[in-house]
Every structure is written in structure tokens, then in C-alpha cells.
Design a protein around this ligand. Structure first.
Ligand code: ADP
Ligand code: TRP
Length: 321
């Protein structure tokens, strides 16, 4: 089975990315053929500072490697290094109805947040469809916000298959309901673009500052509290096993719980959770050329697979003459 997913280098990766997608994805390298990539072409829709995009791309690569993505067990590359992504995108544009893209929630959300409604932003899901179809992926692990993009990819694949005969595998989304939407420090979905994220690799004082800023309700220490409505609980539970989760739930349901005490515990828990990866992250940061070489090797491998699909697509569409 082929499992594939990507992440945008549009900012530092955060614990919502980690629990929503990265952890499960890294797990797939042990049991499937895993394709993991950094979607710098997608990030061009929102990042217009070239130096920043280049830096974020390297940082995202280092984050994944530090967190356990093994380039020996998976194919790991940067999207823009494989030109077939852009080529297939153009071909798929011709099998994408305007209505399909006009219904995109993510496009509407971005416009609502005052991003310029560029054609790139509008066509974003077509590039994502090309990413997936190029590798004939069966399963795409993502958070819930990407569900509609997966549906669009399936629609486009179906339209192409209808026009030219069976060509593309229809991908399935891999969404873990329990982890599909990790809350940010303000209780909205955690996102790089909402300023509400807790990044994976923060310095300890920054981590402490973010955790202490988690918004909680105004109940007094003597009140009982509702764990299910509390985003501090929603974040804490990610880092502990079922027993510790149950114990914290009990503490919420008894008078006497102080949110600030829970936050102080959480700082240490998050710090320790990522400790084994932090050392490796520092080591990678000292060897950027090694990281670039890993990505270059990954692109060569990805391109071999992409070329197999593109040869078929070029043949079917009459681009080979
Ligand atoms: P962001 O919203 O921070 O820009 P991306 O859109 O780059 O994140 O998402 C990368 C991956 O991480 C996607 O699969 C997305 O669904 C997942 N993801 C992002 N934020 C969350 C979250 N808060 N909860 C669960 N999954 C998330
Ligand atoms: N749109 C995805 C996100 O913002 C990133 C992405 C681009 C992706 N291409 C992909 C995810 C292909 C999975 C498969 O998170």
C-alpha cells in the first residue's frame, strides 16, 4: 500500500501538525511504502518572502528527520524539486470544474482572512490532487481540515479516468477522529496562520510562555470544571497515556484544581516528550548540507516514481507524438 502526505513550509511546525498528521505518517514507514514531502509550491500561495520560504523548507525537513522520519525507509523530498508536480497540475486543470473549486472551504476561509484571492490560491487543490495522483497513493493521512481537498482530488481523478480510461488510483483520506482537530492556545484549531500554535521545538522559556497563555474559563479554584470544554485539557491529554488522562479528568471534576498548576505540569510534560528528538534536531541544524543531500536523494527517488505515471499520462493525453 502507498501512503502519502505533505506539509507546507509556511511557518514552524506545531503540535497540531505533530499529532494531527506527522506522528501517524512517520508510523507508516514501518508498515507501508511511505511518500512524505514538503510542499513548497503550495506555500508560494501565502509566503512571498523567498528567504523565509527557503529557511522554512529546511526547518520542516529537519523537524521531520528529527522526529523519526527515516529516509532509508521512506521517500522524503521537497515538492518543487520534482517538476512533474507542476506538469501534472496543468493537465489536471483541464479536468477540474470551476464549481468544484468555488466550493472549497479552505479558499473561502483564506479570503475571509484577507488573503489576496490569487489564481494560485484558487487552484491550490489541483496542485494537491497532482501531488497525490502522481504517486498513485492509496491512503493520505491528514487532519480534518484537508478532508475536502481529498474529495476534490478524487473528483479530479475520476474526471480524468472518465476522459482517458482508468489511470489514477482514487486516494482515501486517513483521518484519526480523535486527533483530527487539535485546539490552539485560544481554543480554535491550532494553525501556523492563527498565531495560536505551540511549536514542536521551542526554547524552554518560549514553551513556558505559550503554555501559560492557554486560554481557560473563569471558574474559581473551588469550582468543579469541565475537561471536555477545556482546551488546556485538550492539549494535555495528547501527551499522556489513558491512566494519566483519567486522573486529570478526575481532578477537573473535583473542586480545588488550579489551571495554572496544570499548565506548569504541562510545560514539563511537553519538554520531556520532545527531549529525545531535540538533541537530534540540534545536530541536524549543525549539518545543513547533509539535510540538503538527503532531500536531493529523495527527489531523485520520487522523480522515478512520478515519471512512471507521467509517461502514461503524456501518452494518453497525446503529449507524446
Ligand atoms: P496549518 O493549519 O498550521 O498551516 P497545515 O495546513 O500545513 O497546518 O497542515 C499540515 C497537516 O497538519 C495537515 O494534514 C493538517 O490537517 C494537519 N493539521 C494542522 N493543524 C492541525 C490541527 N490543529 N489539528 C489536527 N491536524 C492539524
Ligand atoms: N494542503 C495540505 C495542507 O495544507 C498540504 C498538502 C499539499 C498535502 N499536497 C498534499 C497533503 C498532498 C497531503 C497530500 O496541509
Amino acid at each position: 500500500m502507498r501512503v502519502l502526505s505533505g506539509i507546507q513550509p509556511s511557518g514552524s511546525l506545531h503540535i497540531g501538525n505533530f499529532f494531527g498528521m506527522m506522528r501517524s505518517m512517520i508510523g507508516w514507514q514501518e508498515k507501508s511504502e511511505l511518500y512524505c514531502f514538503i510542499v513548497n509550491l503550495h506555500a508560494l500561495t501565502t509566503v512571498t518572502d523567498g528567504a523565509l520560504l527557503a529557511r522554512n523548507t529546511m526547518e520542516a525537513a529537519m523537524d521531520f528527520l528529527a522526529l523519526g522520519l527515516d529516509p532509508g525507509k521512506s521517500t522524503f523530498w521537497v515538492q518543487g524539486d520534482v517538476p512533474e508536480h507542476a506538469e501534472l497540475t496543468w493537465i489536471l486543470h483541464n479536468h477540474t470544474s470551476m464549481g468544484l473549486l468555488e466550493r472549497s472551504h479552505s479558499y473561502k476561509d483564506k479570503i475571509a482572512r484577507n488573503l489576496t484571492p490569487s489564481h494560485g490560491l484558487f487552484a491550490y487543490p489541483v496542485l494537491m490532487a497532482a501531488d497525490i495522483l502522481l504517486y498513485q497513493a492509496n491512503l493520505v493521512p491528514v487532519g480534518r481540515d484537508q478532508k475536502q481537498h481529498l474529495e476534490i482530488a478524487r473528483d479530479i481523478a475520476g474526471a480524468f479516468n472518465h476522459a482517458y480510461g482508468e489511470t489514477f488510483v482514487l486516494p482515501e483520506p486517513g483521518i484519526d477522529d480523535d486527533l483530527a482537530t487539535i485546539p490552539g492556545i485560544d481554543g480554535q484549531k491550532m494553525s501556523k496562520s492563527y498565531g495560536n500554535a505551540i511549536d514542536i521545538f521551542l526554547e524552554k522559556d518560549e514553551l513556558a510562555h505559550r503554555v501559560m497563555s492557554i486560554v481557560t474559563d473563569a471558574r474559581a479554584v473551588s469550582d468543579v470544571k469541565d475537561p471536555d470544554a477545556c482546551n488546556l485539557f485538550g492539549i494535555y491529554r495528547l501527551f499522556v497515556g489513558p491512566e494519566d488522562q483519567a486522573e486529570l479528568r478526575e481532578r477537573y471534576l473535583r473542586p480545588g484544581l488550579k489551571y495554572s498548576a496544570v499548565k506548569k505540569e504541562l510545560i514539563e510534560i511537553i519538554w520531556d516528550f520532545f527531549a529525545p528528538f531535540r538533541e537530534r534536531r540540534h545536530e541536524l541544524a549543525r549539518r545543513p548540507d547533509t539535510v540538503r543531500q538527503i532531500m536531493a536523494d529523495g527527489a531523485v527517488r520520487a522523480r522515478k516514481v512520478a515519471t512512471i505515471t507521467m509517461d502514461i499520462v503524456r501518452e494518453k493525453t497525446g503529449l507524446i507524438y
